[in-house]
Structures are given as structure tokens and as C-alpha cells.
Design a protein around this ligand. Sequence first.
Ligand code: ISL
Length: 558
Amino acid sequence: MNKSWWKEAVVYQVYPRSFRDSDGDGIGDLNGITEKLDYLQDLGVDVIWLGPVYQSPNDDNGYDVSDYYQIMDEFGTMADWEQLRDEIHRRGMKVMMDIVLNHTSDEHEWFKASRQKGDNPYRDYYYWGINDDGREPNNWESFFGGPAWEYDDVAEAYYLHLFSKKQPDLNWGNPRVRQSMYGMMRFWLDKGVDGFRLDAVNLLSKPEGLPDAESMSPDKQIAPCGHLIVNGKEIHPIFQEMNREVFSRYPMFTVAEMAGVSAEEGLLYTDSSRKELDSLIVFEHMDVDNGPGGRWDTIPFHLPSFKRIMSSWQTTLHGKGWSGLYLNNHDQPRVLSRWGNDTEYRTESAKMFATCIQMMQGTPYIYQGEEIGMTNIRFDRIEDYRDVETLNFYRIETGEKCRSHDEVMKDIYLKSRDNARTPMQWDDSAGAGFGSETPWINVNPNYTQINVKQALSDPNSILHYYRELIRLRKRHEIIVYGDYTLLLDDHPDVFAYKRTLEDQVLLVITNFSGRGQTVRLEEPVLTQEQLISNYPDTGESISELQLRPFEARVYLCQ
Ligand code: ISL
């Protein structure tokens, strides 16, 4: 058993813009995070993942970096960041920085230099091109809608941007780009950072010749291209070099965000003998309600598919690689609104999802507000949304695709990233205790019922349940290191699995439906101790369990 501190840890993700605004300018900031560290320490988390806090024009809320060595003005100063780091460390916690390697902002100095004509050492830092007929070099569609190429008047050519047009893609084939980025990473590690979350990082190696993507429909000029780019030919050599140049020199840990990887590919990235990355945050399980049209094309949640995907990651990585465990982050709608029930069974379903995920093998990630059961948002007017992806989608759907406002808003209510980006709900005072009268994005009006103050005072709250889950993880090694077997494989509504370590068995049974379920588990056990449940204990034997809506139970058996 290969033990590591980061396998035993729980990570809490802070989206700085929406966490806590200490100076009342409408935008969350570093001092606001420092103010709330006692709260995070009491929750029991070990690592704080800070969303990007670097200088940025904020086209994509900091994922468009214009200077990797400076703190964003709205968030504070480098001295504020150093204080936050020290206060995190003083409490025995660790700090993880979000590192954006695939692209910079178009306002970064490199890009400004790259645009210039003539003999230009920075031209090769990005992808530039133009066809003989004056058109884009290929037909790729940006992940945020529209063509992935933008014409630049100064350069008289197009540049590639897989995300927004203010996020030009860096050319990782250029050794000078790679060395500059390694130097930047070492700068933050030398400042005492304990880990990195690497953003969209399996997109770094683009296919040779940048070939066209197969067109989905003849009338469309552009086509989705992600599948041509992810896990490209040079991606493993890049991570091996990054590991040599950066990671191996520090006592740190890495988690890489990667769309479009299977468990088998995930193992190649995280197999410790290959010396690339420690762990991954993947998308396969979050894509189960995406239809053929992609993430805005929502189809019903299908538990058997979800179980199959989770189980393939659990078994493929066991003993060799490692994964992050999550159902919420700043890019995903809130899971209890998405696949659970955010009204009658809000508390039960929130606790059930947390149980199902946190009892698996991997490092759990808690996204701010998840621990109090924050829900999706519904604004009537598109003007109240802020996310560049959502706004692009609305513009294209209501524009060239001629769909009505009401139709498009239905998709936005289900999948917009802004669902998870409304301000953290600290208390029931005006503005939810976020710190400003007019925050950069409106608070969810349900803050009067759903907030940290209320959760702290209610012993049955989701928050207290999260604390207990974290405590169990610290107490029982089987939760971290046990192996995994799926039970009741074909059950359409119940996700049950067991973990095994030496002579112990951990049984996890979760009802994903709003209906009662009866299940029989044929596990030979001598003693069973119920470790946690989101309903009062019934003292039932595990051989026949009557599960209530969204019920979750965990037993330790010998
Ligand atoms: O690559 C994708 C599809 O193949 C996307 O799902 C992609 O992996 C995802 O959108 C990456 O997200 C991260 O990078 C984005 C940023 O907007 C997100 O907030 C961040 O989490 C660009 O930096």
C-alpha cells in the first residue's frame, strides 16, 4: 500500500470571486478567504484549492491570465496572498494553486508581442495561421461556441483559442514556452505552495498539421474538435518533463483537470512509476446527462451508466494511480439540483451524494456551498448572467439558431456554470453575509433559509454531516486504502459498493431515487456497525434493507 498525505486529505475548493468580499467592492477577495479560515478548519478539510488569483482582465474569471506573477487587483496584493498562505499553514492546512497552462489572456505580454509583424521571437508562442483563401486554418469550434480562430488585424492572421477569444492557446511544442511555464510554477512553489490544480491540461499537445474535425452536419462550417486534441501524441513526454523540471523537486502534489479521458488513459497519467501526475479530476461521470449535442443537450440521469463509469475508475486505478472525487465545482451545476432533489429532499439528497462519493477511493473535493446544500440559480434575464460560456451560448442560440429566450433559458437553468458561482451564503442578513450590497453576480434568494449560520446551529444540517464524513475518513483507513467492489450491479436506483481492507469490509448503500427501495445484500458478516446515515438508524440487518428516499448508509463489518 503506497501511502501519501494527499490520498488521505480532503480538498475544499474556493472560487475566490464568490467566497467572501472583505472590502465591499462586490468581488470576493483574499482577505475575505483569510477571514473564513477558522470555518474551513472546523469543517476538517486539509487543503484549500484557490481558483486563479493572478492578474487577469476576467473574461473567464481569472482563467485568462495576463500576468502569472501578480495578484489580481480586485483580490488584493501579494502581501495579502502571503498572509493567507501563512494563516492556512498556521492552521495545519495546505494551499493549492490553480495553474492555467493551456492558454494566457490576449492581454498577456507574450501575446501582445506575438501579434507584432516581422522578425518576432514571440510569434511561435501561440498558434497563428491563415489559409490561402484568407479563411481560418481549420474548422474547429471553440468549447465556448463559435469558431476557435480569431482574426487579428495587427498580425494579419488568425490565432487559435479553444476557449474564449480572449484566451489564445499557447504552443507547447515551443521549448521556450515550456521552460517559461516551468519557471513560473517554481516561483509559486518557492513561495510555499503545497500543490497545483492544473487547468484543462490534457489539451497541451495539439495534433500535427491541425487537421479539420469531421463535420457533424453539412450546413455547419465548424465542428467540435476536443476529441482530436485531448491526450495528444506529445502529452506524456510533456508531463514527464514537467515532473522532472518542477514536481519532483518539491514535496508537493498535483491534480490535473482532464476532459475526455477514460480510466485506462487516467492510469497512464497517474501511475506513480511513470512519474507524470499524482491524480486527476475527470469528466466522464459528469457527462452522463450530456446528449449527443454536448453539454447543453441534457438527457435524463441514468444511474447504471454512472455506476459503470465510477466503478471502472475505482478498479482500474486501484493500487497504481489515483483520482479526485467530486460532483460539484465552479463549472458544474449544483448536483443536488441536477440529479437530486433541491426542495423536499434537499438535505437528504445532499448528504446521500456526499456519502456515495466520499466513501470511494480517491481524494474528495468539496466545492464551496456544497457543504450547506446550496442550489442552482434561475435568473429571468440573461443580463443577470456573467459566465462567458453561458453568454456566448445565449447569443448563438437566440441569434443564428433563432431559438426563443424561454427555450434557451431552460438549457441555461440546467447547465450554466453560473449555477455554482453565486455568492457563498454565510447568513440571512441582506446580501447573505457575502460582504456587499451589489455583488458581481446576484445572490440566490434562498439565502434566508440556506446559509452557514443556520447550518452551524442545526445538529442535523448537511454541514455537520460533512464534518462527520471527514472525521470518519481520518478514523478508518479502509475509506482511503480499501479496494472496491460494486454490489447490486444492475439495480436502477441504488448505488451500493463495498470496500475491503484486510479483515474489514465497509458497505456503502445509497438510494439515488425519491422513492423507497428494498434491497438485499448477501454479504457474510459477523458484526455490523452503522458508521453514518442520513436518516435515524432503524437497527435493520443488512440482509434486507428498507431504504427511504435518498437514504444513505455506511456499515463497517468484520
Ligand atoms: O475541454 C473541454 C471539453 O473537451 C472542457 O470541458 C474543459 O476541460 C473545461 O471547460 C476546462 O475547464 C477549465 O478551463 C477553462 C475554464 O473556463 C474553466 O473554468 C476551468 O475549470 C478554461 O480555462
